[in-house]
Ligand binder design. Structure first.
Ligand code: IPE
Ligand code: IPE
Ligand code: MG
Length: 239
């Protein structure tokens, strides 16, 4: 069975999970962190090499201040509590998104996580934090513009491949499979460039309820997809 090398997850539905139980939204976010912990472990055990998770979008700042504070607090707790274990398990942590505008404490923690784990090879855990795809593409364009102005990039040599080297995901493989929980069927600004040929799976369950069986089912569903990349169906070519 073909295991996707890179699974990307839009972890959605924490608020609705909490509401269903008569709990405050922050309780849903806490349960969401638990689901993330388990998913990182399960992905590693299943031989998935790259796992990208959407933790905070550049549009999530528009939520009430107290919820933003809760989400920032949970990231800090996650890194403080789990970094040692992630490191022990050979997980390499990478972070994508805009760092400017984040609290110094958070930036320091993110840098610490990346530095400590940079030689690990078992699983790449990419955390999309303060991430927005359009913002990422605009920042890449800005950097290319600066490189052109400095004379280090020749505009005639800009291609999709060279452009990708200026994205936050430079050097990362594109996601093979994108999973979104909570029933919403949209990208919400998650990796629009990188998912051009990804397979998508939209699941009804809320993120805190996402477990090992769901990840296994997703991988199975992925294995039955016919990825064509614009070519002819594999079956017909073989005939
Ligand atoms: C996803 O759950 C977590 C983040 C966006 C940080 P939501 O908070 O979006 O939960 P719903 O969509 O309101 O249920
Ligand atoms: C996407 O979920 C962002 C994350 C999961 C971090 P949202 O809940 O913010 O997306 P919309 O607002 O429903 O599109
Ligand atoms: Mg949501």
């Amino acid at each position: 069975m073909s295991i996707p090398a890179h699974v990307a997850i839009i972890m959605d539905g924490n608020g609705r999970w909490a509401k269903q139980r008569g709990l405050p939204r922050v309780a849903g976010h806490r349960a969401g962190v638990e689901a993330l912990r388990k998913t990182v472990r399960n992905a590693g055990e299943m031989g998935i090499a790259w796992l990208t998770v959407y933790a905070f979008s550049s549009e999530n700042w528009s939520r009430p201040k107290s919820e933003v504070t809760d989400l920032m607090g949970l990231l800090k707790i996650f890194i403080r509590r789990d970094l040692a274990e992630l490191h022990r398990n050979g997980v390499r942590v990478r972070v994508i998104g805009e760092r400017d505008g984040l609290e110094v404490e958070i930036r320091t923690l993110l840098e610490e996580a990346e530095a400590l784990t940079h030689q690990n090879r078992n699983l790449n855990l990419v955390i999309a934090f303060n991430y927005g795809g359009r913002d990422e593409i605009a920042r890449a364009a800005k950097r290319i513009g600066e490189a052109v102005a400095a004379g280090t990039v020749d505009p005639a040599e800009i291609s999709a491949e060279t452009f990708a080297n200026f994205l936050d995901t430079a050097g990362f493989p594109d996601p093979d499979l994108v999973i979104r929980t909570s029933g919403e069927m949209r990208l919400s600004n998650f990796l629009p460039w990188q998912t051009a040929y990804s397979e998508f799976l939209f699941l009804p369950c809320y993120w805190p309820d996402f477990g090992k069986a769901d990840l296994e089912d997703a991988v199975r569903a992925y294995a039955s997809r016919d990825r064509r990349y614009g070519g002819a169906p594999a079956r017909d070519v073989a005939l």
